[in-house]
Design a protein around this ligand. Structure first.
Ligand SMILES: Nc1ncnc2c1ncn2[C@@H]1O[C@H](COP(=O)(O)OP(=O)(O)OP(=O)(O)O)[C@@H](O)[C@H]1O
Ligand SMILES: [Mg+2]
Length: 414
């Protein structure tokens, strides 16, 4: 066996690592990027030739005629996995096949780069992929079926935070304790590891995970800060009740946009809301967002605003989907809208300490990885919780993928 790989199939981004000419390398995807965003666009004129990553997003945002989807890893372990979705009338596709085709694209790109077939791949998995832990309908059972259909013959799984621990293990002193927090797009996962004297291996004391991440932060940010401009939480003109929340909830969730927003039922409800609304003009904008199938575009703009607010305290938001909107969005508006989520994430880290039987102040290293760890509020709360620990945060976007390859090398005695 000589072609070994690490595969970090993420909710937001996928990275493939290989061992080539004695070196660890991240496989370049479109535009030479080391990661491939987990998004797909099905052009209506060539529905059987989907395009992936940034190319998919750019085509959709620039009014490409077709169907766009993002964050489909989140479908694993849910009821939607077994269901099909209509790409256009008469063309159904199962989520299983969407993910298989996406990962086939990753495998093909990797093998072209390697110049040969993959002999062994270590694949990352969240600590909790679904409430149902095992069996063919569990998230992990579905992922196994996907990997087989993609064509991987030899594979093993490794929990994503443990992979990050492998990557960082040489930065940690002997006999010390580290918590690794992998805060991604779809899940936040933790492990507490002890470094053995000879650093040859890790002693895993506990793992914990929660199905919450950057995509949920996007949803809450959208609902609390932006969607009131589209009528969310505004009143009807008769009884003074707030309008139904359902269409807003669907429009704030990357997957529900795909599975449930663009239906006759939602369109009917929104038309009724327009008749009843005190601020009709706001809800009319929601109707046009749905009719033009532009909810992903607005959510993309909101996600980008979130990312920019990691570097700046305030910015001005303008969007063609919210008329007259020239909103000054401050970092504190974002932080107020996501407090509940961040509290749950920290609690899952506390649970990991409990499971490991260690106190937070006994942790020597706090290793932060994943895109969500770049949020100042998140980083600050973790540093306060593990106040005695030394912070390690380099290679936050790639450490899982690099660690998966470390594990593959170890398994193959390389
Ligand atoms: N600078 C930043 N500030 C805030 N959030 C960020 C930043 N950079 C990326 N993100 C968010 O991080 C998430 C993506 O992180 P990452 O690539 O680690 O996730 P993933 O590995 O695809 O997901 P998962 O591991 O949960 O399956 C997205 O929600 C993205 O919006
Ligand atoms: Mg990840």
């Amino acid at each position: 066996m000589h072609n070994i790989c690490g595969l970090d199939f993420g909710t937001s981004n996928t990275i493939s690592t290989v061992y080539k000419d004695g070196k660890t390398v991240m496989v370049p995807f479109e535009s030479n990027s080391k990661s491939l965003p987990s998004s797909v666009f099905f052009p209506f004129e060539e529905i059987d030739k989907p395009i992936y990553g940034d190319l998919a997003t750019n085509t959709y945002v620039n009014n490409g005629y077709g169907r766009y989807m993002k964050s489909f890893k989140r479908i694993l372990g849910t009821q939607f996995f077994e269901q099909g979705t209509a790409l256009k009338p008469g063309t159904n596709i199962y989520f299983h096949d969407i993910i298989v085709n996406y990962l086939k694209h990753v495998k093909n790109t990797t093998e072209e780069f390697l110049g040969g077939e993959t002999d062994y791949v270590v694949v990352g998995k969240p600590v909790r992929l679904s409430d149902k832990e095992n069996g063919e309908n569990s998230g992990i059972g579905q992922l196994e079926s996907i990997l087989k259909n993609v064509g991987y013959k030899n594979y093993s799984f490794l929990e994503e935070p443990i992979a990050a621990a492998y990557y960082h293990k040489d930065r940690i002193e002997n006999k010390s304790l580290a918590i690794v927090a992998d805060l991604g797009g779809g899940t936040c996962d933790f492990t507490i590891v002890e470094i053995n004297e000879n650093k040859k291996d890790l002693n895993i004391l506990a793992t914990s995970g929660v199905s919450l991440g950057g995509t949920d932060i996007d949803s809450n940010f959208a609902l609390e800060v932006f969607f009131p401009e589209l009528g969310y939480k505004t009143l009807d003109k008769f009884k003074g009740l707030t309008l139904p929340a359902l269409p807003y909830r669907l429009a704030s969730d990357w997957n529900k946009i795909t599975t449930s927003l663009y239906t006759k039922k939602t369109e009917f409800l929104v038309r009724k809301m327009i008749n009843n609304a005190k601020h009709k003009e706001k809800v009319i904008q929601l109707k046009s967002l749905i009719e033009n199938k532009k909810a992903h575009s607005l959510l993309n703009q909101i996600e980008q605003t979130k990312i920019k607010l990691s570097e700046t305290d305030i910015l001005n938001f303008k969007s063609e989907f919210i008329s007259n909107a020239s909103l000054d969005i401050s970092k504190s508006l974002l932080e107020d809208s996501i407090h509940t989520i961040v509290t749950k994430i920290i609690k899952t880290a506390n649970d990991c300490c409990k499971l490991a039987g260690v106190n937070e102040n006994a942790i020597n290293y706090l290793i932060l990885t994943g895109g969500t760890s770049k949020m100042p509020l998140v980083k600050q709360l973790f540093e306060e919780t593990f106040y005695k620990a030394k912070l390690i945060e380099n290679n936050a976007m790639d450490s899982v993928a690099l660690g998966l390859l470390e594990k593959a090398k170890k398994d193959m005695n390389l």
